[in-house]
Design a binder for this molecule. Structure first.
Ligand code: ADP
Length: 383
């Protein structure tokens, strides 16, 4: 197999040393060495400018220009080539400075130092190539990082545009919906003439659809507000148990009609938190509403626990539960697992979780298919 050609520039003013080194390289089997020999720093620089070399063997003590000056020139001229500096005996301090200035290695001129030259060249070439490889990789990584940052910024901008678009469309939907509802209301009340029983039935169906649409529009509006950071909290000092109790009361009739019991498990004393009343009410409505909606027999238990720094709410039901592989997904927008036959938008849980997060709290669910679900959320008492 033919060996790799290695172009060596040797700057050495001692002809005997130069000859010995040449011979050593001829004998070394690692490369097919092509040695150019010059006797001064100026010549070395000229040669480097004229043609490319794989490595430079540079005597530190050349006449006129010392090794350090030549090294600086090489650097200044942006010539990328590994340099082994051959220093005088006892020049270790100089050597340290040479390395700092960019020499890859140095070789003190001890007796028979020429024996070490082939090994030094092999080592330096391998280190230099690794360094180039590393630098190439680093450049590639930096480029990829830049590309990713750019893509990320574009995605964020697109996401913002999408959120704005949704918010605008949803907002525009609200007005016609209100008008349709108002007019239907008037028809139903007989303001436009007597309403026949069959017509009443049809109107009831239309009301059902309109109400569903209104809920979806309101949920979407809430979510887009949260996502765009426009939802603000009007915090006040309130009793979380009292608030939960109020929501439970509004669901008692619905639970009764389904023959489901609602159990309140509240502490004796008030559980004071600094929170937004309307938003926290929304969280309880969504969770208790779901618990009743998905449960066909048994109970829904609403428990409030007073921890030192936090208030905890648990809404437990004896409903169908959530299959293990779906549990992680139910807080995602529009995810509906067992709800095909139940009304809903698939936005109640994401909204509830986001509201809790806005309060610097957290929400999770414990559930097992067939055994019911327990939604737990925690709100820090003072934020
Ligand atoms: P929606 O109730 O409008 O469908 P949610 O975001 O409130 O939307 O809930 C998402 C899905 O999570 C529901 O469709 C249902 O599959 C599941 N889920 C939520 N709460 C319960 C519950 N208490 N028991 C069983 N499944 C539930």
């Amino acid at each position: 197999m033919s060996k790799e050609k290695l172009k060596v520039l040797m700057a050495e003013d001692n002809p005997t040393d130069a000859l010995i080194i040449k011979k050593k390289l001829q004998k070394d089997g690692a490369f097919d060495y092509e040695v150019t020999h010059v006797v001064s720093g100026e010549e070395a620089l000229l040669s480097l400018e004229k043609s490319a070399y794989n490595i430079v063997l540079l005597d530190y003590n050349l006449p006129k220009k010392c090794g350090l000056e030549i090294l600086e020139e090489i650097k200044r001229k942006n010539i990328e080539v590994p340099v082994i500096m051959v220093t005088g005996q006892g020049d270790e301090i100089v050597a340290a400075q040479l390395i700092k200035e960019g020499a890859l290695d140095y070789l003190p001129k001890r007796e028979n130092y020429e024996d070490a030259v082939p090994f030094m060249i092999r080592k330096t070439i391998s280190e230099f190539r690794s360094k180039l490889e590393r630098e190439k990789l680093q450049r590639e990584i930096a480029l990829k990082k830049e590309e990713l940052e750019k893509t990320n910024a574009q995605l964020l901008e697109l996401d913002r545009m999408k959120s704005d678009f949704v918010a605008n469309v949803v907002h525009e939907l609200r007005t016609p919906l209100t008008i349709i509802k108002g007019n239907l209301d008037n028809i139903e009340k007989g303001f436009a003439g007597e309403v026949q029983p069959k017509q009443k039935e049809i109107l009831a169906d239309i009301f059902g659809v309109i109400n569903r649409l209104s809920r979806l529009v309101n949920d979407l509006l809430d979510l887009s507000k949260i996502e765009s950071g426009k939802m603000e909290l009007n915090k006040e000092n309130l009793d979380m148990a009292e608030l939960a109790g109020e929501v439970v009361k509004t669901f008692e009739a619905l639970a009764g009609s389904k023959k489901i019991g609602i159990i309140k498990d509240f502490p004796d004393k008030a559980v004071r938190v600094n929170a937004d009343r309307d938003k926290l009410t929304q969280v309880f409505i969504n969770l208790i509403g779901n618990a009743i909606k998905f449960t066909d027999k048994g109970n829904v238990t609403v428990k409030i626990i007073d921890m030192q720094e936090e208030a905890v709410a648990e809404i437990q039901d004896t409903g169908p539960g959530i299959p293990g592989d779906q549990v992680d997904k139910i807080f995602d927008k529009f995810t509906r697992v067992v709800a095909e036959k139940k009304e809903g938008t698939g936005l109640g849980l994401p909204i509830a979780k986001d509201i809790v997060s806005l309060h610097k709290g957290r929400m999770r669910v414990e559930s097992e298919s067939g055994k019911g679900s327990r939604f737990i959320f925690v709100i820090p008492k003072s934020i």
